[in-house]
Design a protein. Structure first.
Length: 118
């Protein structure tokens, strides 16, 4: 059974940092590209960053480029999102998901809330 458990969110002041984690199980993690998404109140879910099966620098939405960094540890079945220089507009629930051959896993975790506010 596929399971994705996001953690690491919280309340942070503008300019602060957070590191999100997503622990995956129930599928062969190393065979899936991994994505981070976010959904702000009243808005659609958007792709924030993605990383290939072997890792690397990842790809980023323009709104987070230069501030966020995605990484993965295939030995731990975990993907991370380091978020620096946070802004109030980064406030959202953050989710991870896996993708293979252009198809997402048919499961979403509970997400982790990130609130950026002074």
């Amino acid at each position: 059974q596929v399971r994705l458990v996001e953690s690491g969110g919280g309340l942070v002041q503008p300019g602060g940092s957070l590191r999100l984690s997503c622990a995956a199980s129930g599928f062969i993690f190393s065979r899936y590209a991994m994505n981070w998404y976010r959904q702000a109140p009243g808005k659609e879910r958007e792709l924030v960053a993605d990383i290939g099966t072997a890792g690397g620098s990842g790809n980023y939405a323009e709104s987070v480029k230069g501030r966020f960094s995605i990484s993965r540890d295939n030995a731990k079945n975990t993907v991370y999102l380091q978020m620096n220089s946070l802004k109030p507009e980064d406030t959202a629930v953050y989710y991870c998901n896996g993708q293979r051959s252009g198809v997402l896993l048919g499961y979403w975790g509970q997400g982790t809330q990130v609130t950026v506010s002074s």
